[in-house]
Design a protein around this ligand. Structure first.
Ligand SMILES: C[S@@+](CC[C@H](N)C(=O)[O-])C[C@H]1O[C@@H](n2cnc3c(N)ncnc32)[C@H](O)[C@@H]1O
Length: 207
């Protein structure tokens, strides 16, 4: 599993998620980010070119250290400081109420113990802070969902723990986020892994 999981898979994900349709969605997901931002599942830094000028500093968390090597050119071109602060969204090395915003793209499907990680994101967000997400997940269409459930074990094995059946909005609510904006739609391609949840959730409290 070593070479496949550690190098080949991050490389393949970098290629697969760098197409025009994904870039357009990244642009929408990052809109409104500002101040200090935590990115959970930094991957190969494909969001870096989309961070708005109002972002001052980025904290990055991801277990796939090879992704940082793939991100080298994007990191060099980025005018904002990017600090790698850990490997797991379930344990974020920041004090409570530290960041104005958080971001995850195509990542929540992969994190084991997702609600725990969402609690961690909530903990480090300042009161009133926003969590921007762009994720694939469970389809509301019975026929698609049936295939998602069937193929979930295979997907999990082949794609680094990625699950097709995560109801992203429900998990956010379960963790105590108020989902403030949510768009759901299918991207182009096979419906089992293209049902998208794009939006912003908020931690309670005054900004
Ligand atoms: C499909 S990739 C998406 C990468 C990147 N966010 C993007 O949009 O291109 C999923 C990412 O989640 C990361 N990941 C897996 N488990 C994680 C965890 N427990 N905490 C944080 N990130 C995790 C993977 O290493 C991988 O980089």
């Amino acid at each position: 599993m070593g070479l496949y999981r550690d190098c080949l898979l991050p490389w393949a994900i970098d290629r697969a998620l760098d197409r025009a349709e994904c870039r357009e969605l990244r642009q929408r997901a990052t809109r409104g980010l500002h101040g200090t931002v935590l990115e959970v599942g930094f991957g190969s830094g494909l969001n870096l070119p989309h961070y708005p000028g109002e972002v001052r500093r980025i904290f990055a968390v991801d277990p796939a250290t090879f992704g940082r090597r793939l991100a080298a050119r994007r990191l060099a071109a980025c005018s904002k400081p990017v600090e790698f602060i850990g490997l797991d969204g379930n344990s974020i090395a920041l004090a409570a109420d530290t960041v104005q915003c958080a971001l995850s793209t195509w990542t929540l499907c992969t994190i084991p113990g997702l609600v725990g990680a969402l609690h961690e994101i909530m903990r480090v967000l300042k009161p009133g802070g926003s969590f921007h997400f762009l994720e694939h997940g469970l389809s509301p269409d019975d026929g698609v969902a049936r295939w998602q459930r069937r193929l979930d074990p295979l997907q999990k094995r082949l794609v680094g723990g990625c699950r097709l059946t995560v109801p992203i909005d429900d998990r956010l609510a379960e963790a105590g986020f108020a989902v403030e904006r949510l768009e759901t739609f299918y991207m182009k391609g096979p419906r089992i892994n293209s049902y998208i949840y794009l939006g912003v959730a908020r931690k309670a409290g005054l900004i």
